[in-house]
Design a protein around this ligand. Structure first.
Ligand code: SF4
Length: 246
């Protein structure tokens, strides 16, 4: 989707805002990506592992029963990992994947004992409404709890997670769900971080800030800590504004 199509759609996702706004976003990088520029190759392994684990979790919930025993949880999880882990492309991240999956299973074994209704109402579902769009990893109406699985390192919550969590609540409520807690489950460390109260109107202002900047084509570079390692447009960015012939 190019920038004009994105504007016409009028729906902003948390990842749009996080890749555009501070502290880790950059309008120039967002613009070059929307224009379909290839850039230089960067290591996409961790991002691929994240997608792979989300897919495995979705498959797990498609196969688990409504009231599973401990043995069923372990058996289904083992089968899903065996068949679902992308051994070919992600062999270098096998240890990380195993640790994330082990923590996921431990979380589910614990959840089974404490939650009245085990299975979620929403799993990996794309929702839209109120000017936003996003994919909800997991939501339970009975427990009024939303969970976002993270396979990367996450020790504390920042603006990126607050944008995500608040948008998820807006989307769920717009689609008739009952919301409450938003939990970020850091699968690598096994830590659970709960989203604090986020003031109403904050994420809408973040959205409007981005939309206004795009409309005015204020799409300049915003260097940050992710430039060197994660930006495929590093070369293009360093050369922007430089004329080679003078
Ligand atoms: S290198 Fe940094 S400042 Fe340049 S486009 Fe990439 S993210 Fe933006």
């Amino acid at each position: 989707m190019n920038i004009e199509e994105w504007e016409e759609r009028g729906l902003v996702s948390p990842s749009d805002m996080n890749s555009f706004l501070p502290p880790i976003g950059c309008p120039l990088k967002w613009k070059l990506k929307k224009e379909g520029r290839g850039g230089i190759p960067v290591d996409r392994g961790r991002a691929m592992l994240g997608s792979n684990i989300h897919h495995m979790i979705k498959t797990y919930f498609q196969h688990i029963s409504d009231k599973p025993s401990e043995a069923e949880i372990k058996r289904i999880a083992e089968n899903v990992y065996e068949e679902g882990f992308n051994k070919g492309q992600l062999s270098g991240l096998k240890k990380r994947a195993e640790r994330c999956w082990k923590n996921f299973v431990a979380f589910e074994l614990n959840r089974r004992k404490t939650w009245k209704v085990y299975k979620p109402d929403v799993i990996e579902e794309k929702l839209s409404g109120a000017g936003f769009i996003g994919i909800i990893d997991f939501h339970s109406n009975r427990q009024a709890t939303t969970i976002d699985w993270k396979s990367g390192n996450l020790n504390q919550l920042g603006d990126e997670q607050l944008r995500q969590g608040k948008v998820y609540k807006i989307l769920l409520e717009n689609n008739g769900h009952k919301t409450g807690r938003v939990l970020f489950s850091a699968l690598y460390t096994g830590r659970i971080l709960e989203m604090p109260l986020v003031t109403d109107g904050w994420v809408e202002r973040e959205r409007n800030k981005m939309v206004t900047m795009v409309r005015k084509r204020q799409l300049t570079k915003s260097p940050g800590r992710l430039c060197d390692k994660w930006c495929p447009y590093l070369l293009e960015c360093e050369m922007s504004g430089v004329c080679l012939w003078v």
